[in-house]
Design a protein around this ligand. Structure first.
Ligand code: SF4
Ligand code: SF4
Length: 104
């Protein structure tokens, strides 16, 4: 798996950099977020969840049949919509109410 940050969509808010547990995301000279070593990403998805500008795509690994499939999120508080885009571009959406996400 790996993430890709779209510099056209990135506003430079810095939230992804604050949450990455590996400090893998840095700020470039234009104040946009970048990945220095994408292969070091361990796929926690914290940055994907935090980005409110749909700038981060999380590509699924080949080991789980990724083949170009990716995830991104849309925020609609308290809801978080996980968009799953399959290789054929078909899209599925899983919605989580973040205020209830810790209720078991
Ligand atoms: S959270 Fe999204 S918009 Fe903010 S710096 Fe990171 S990639 Fe850019
Ligand atoms: S998925 Fe996790 S480890 Fe990978 S860049 Fe985002 S926050 Fe860092």
């Amino acid at each position: 798996m790996s993430i890709r940050i779209d510099p056209e969509k990135c506003t430079g808010c810095g939230k992804c950099r604050q949450v990455c547990p590996g400090s893998l995301i840095y700020k470039d000279e234009k104040n946009k977020s970048c990945m220095k070593y994408p292969r070091d990403c361990w796929g926690c998805t914290a940055c994907v969840k935090e980005c409110r500008f749909e700038a981060i795509r999380y590509y699924l690994g080949a080991d789980i049949g990724g083949k170009g499939a990716y995830l991104y999120t849309k925020q609609d508080e308290p809801f978080l919509h996980w968009h799953i885009v399959k290789p054929n571009k078909e899209e599925k959406i899983i919605t989580v109410n973040q205020q209830e996400s810790n209720n078991y």
